[in-house]
Structures are given as C-alpha cells and as structure tokens.
Design a protein around this ligand. Structure first.
Ligand SMILES: [Zn+2]
Length: 339
C-alpha cells in the first residue's frame, strides 16, 4: 500500500496545473494589451515607452554594475496606465487580472513552502477515491430537513426528542462553520447508521472547503491504514501527504469511528491524533455509531476523558424519511441525510 505518498506523476500534474493557470493569465493579459493598443489612443505609446525604458534601465544598470530602480519606473508607468484605463472606461486592474490564489500568485509555493492551495490539491489527489471526500462537494445545510426527525422519539438518557437533538446538531454545525478559527471546537456526532451524521459532517466540510480551508475527511478504517502504513515502513517519506495532512489539515473528520478493527495500535494512533491536533489547536469532528458507554468500553480511558473534556456530543437518531410522507401523504421521498 503506497496510497499516501504523492507520486512524481501526481506532483507533476499539480505543477502542470499551476503552469497552466499562469499561462492562461499571461495569455489573457497579452490579449487585453493587443485590444487596448487598438482601441485606446495613447496606450500603444505608453506601452512602448515602458518597454524601452525598461530596456534602458536594464542596460544602464548592467553597464554601471549597479542596480536599476525598476520599482520606481514600473510604479510611474502603472500609475499612468491605470489613469488611461480609467479615463477610457476600463477597470483599473484590466491588465492585472486576479490570481486564483493571490497568496502564492498561482505558483503553489510561498518562500519555498507549499501554499495552502497546494496542500489542498495534494489532499484532493491522494484521496480522490475516498467516497466521503466526494460527498463534501454536494451536501448542503439547506437540504437538511428537521421534518424527518420525529418529535415523539425520545432519547432516554436526556429526555430530548429526535427533533430536538437534530436541531441542536444542525445549529452546532452551522455555528462550527461560522466561528471556525476563533478558538478550537470539536464535535462528536453519535447515533444509529443513516441518521444524518455523515451528512452534517459533509456539509461542514463542504462549507469550509469553499472558504479555502483544507479539510481531510476519512473513514476511521482508512485513517488507521494511513497511520499504520507510515509507522511500519522504514523509509519514511518526507512528502507523505496522507500522513502529514492528518495532523496539518485545518479540519479532520473521522467518519464511522468504531467500525475499524481495533487493537493497541489503533488506540494509540487515535490518542496521538486527538492529542496532537488539540495541542496545535486544530479541530476534529468524529462520527460514530457507538454511544458514550460503548466508546468508553472500546477505547482507553485517556481517549474517553479527552473526548468528554474537549468535544461536544450530539445524538442523531430516529431519522425517518417516511415519517413526513405518512403525515402529508403523496409527498415523494426526498433524498436526505444518511447513506
Ligand atoms: Zn496558493
């Protein structure tokens, strides 16, 4: 198994995408320049002047062994250029179109370090076949309907109904997105299969992805596979995207905790992840079919106590797509929540 290392081919395809972005932008600028030279009187002369001045400055600096003041030169020309564009009804930044990522100017690197957009692309490529990673792109909060959670199904532990819990979980999920980054907040969604845990996690993930955050969303089984593969291999790769993103992504979502084959290694790994992410103040969301008692029985005390201390628990249960239909007849079943 070597799914966590970014292969040369994958790396090259990412870099090729950056080159394409830069080329497209350069081509757009050239096209617009040609257009302006034709349509805007005075633009061609300014542009030629700029090129000539640039050449002269370069020549002078080379012949004098010094450095040309390109910055001053460029700023003055850019000022004139913007003025000319404005007076002719063009936007000021017509020749400086936006980058897809202004932080690294579509180069993928900032001061030699991979940019957040690069990390995001790497995660997408390495985990492109992970089913939950795909769902993030389509699941939306607006499709989460409380109507499917009955008011007469009561959680005996808390006395709250399925609808009450679903409402709390939905509010917490939206709040999680709205306040992401202001202090650390972690969530455990627990409850029976198909009750909307994965759906809400996926909505959160999608919302944050659209804000440019890095999100890693993995089943527990896959998470432990990645960690095992890293630990038991001798030639630890330094560009181990899968492994490092478990610790460095802005948000980690562990789906279906409890379905993995558990042993001493998984317990140790889970604690490592929870502890490391807490100390670097990065959020975690866990969804599980286990209830509190089962979590306690299955994992070590220190995992259980970390979860109790630092995570908010939301119980999702009683999801019933037919419930609403029973009341309102004829309303077609809407695809919602669960798997
Ligand atoms: Zn970037």
């Amino acid at each position: 198994m070597n799914f966590m290392k970014l292969t040369n081919t994958q790396y090259n395809s990412i870099m090729q995408e950056y080159r394409r972005l830069q080329q497209d932008r350069d081509e757009l600028i050239r096209k617009r320049k040609r257009e302006l030279r034709e349509k805007v009187p005075g633009f061609a002369r300014l542009d030629d002047d700029f090129i000539a001045q640039g050449r002269k400055a370069l020549f002078d600096s080379l012949s004098q062994g010094g450095r040309a003041d390109f910055k001053g030169l460029t700023e003055s020309v850019i000022f004139q250029e913007k003025d000319l564009l404005r007076r002719n009804g063009y936007p000021e930044d017509y020749l400086d179109p936006p980058y897809q990522c202004p932080d690294c100017r579509d180069s993928g690197y900032i001061d030699g370090e991979p940019c957040h957009c690069m990390k995001k692309r790497a995660i997408e490529i390495v985990f492109k076949d992970e089913p939950v990673m795909k769902r993030m792109l389509t699941d939306r909060f607006s499709d989460f309907s409380l109507d499917y959670y009955p008011t007469d199904r009561i959680d005996p532990q808390t006395g709250a109904s399925a609808r009450d819990w679903a409402k709390r979980a939905l509010e917490a999920s939206r709040g999680f997105v709205d306040t992401f980054g202001d202090g650390i907040r972690n969530i455990v969604f627990y409850g029976s299969a198909g009750s909307g845990k994965t759906f809400l996690s996926s909505c959160i993930a999608g919302s944050l992805l659209r804000e440019g955050k890095t999100v890693l969303y993995l089943s527990a089984a896959r998470l432990f596979d990645v960690m095992a593969d890293h630990s038991f291999r001798r030639d630890g790769y330094s560009d181990d995207v899968g492994y490092t993103s478990i610790f460095s992504s802005d948000l980690l979502i562990i789906d279906d905790l409890g379905t993995e084959i558990s042993n001493a290694f998984t317990s140790l790994s889970l604690f490592d992840v929870i502890q490391s992410r807490a100390s670097s103040e990065k959020a975690v969301i866990i969804s599980t079919n286990l209830d509190l008692k089962e979590i306690r029985g299955r994992y070590t005390d220190r995992i259980y106590s970390r979860l109790i201390e630092r995570y908010n628990f939301y119980h999702l249960f009683g999801f019933d797509g037919r419930y609403e239909n029973g009341l309102k007849n004829l309303k077609p079943a809407k695809k919602n929540g669960g798997h």
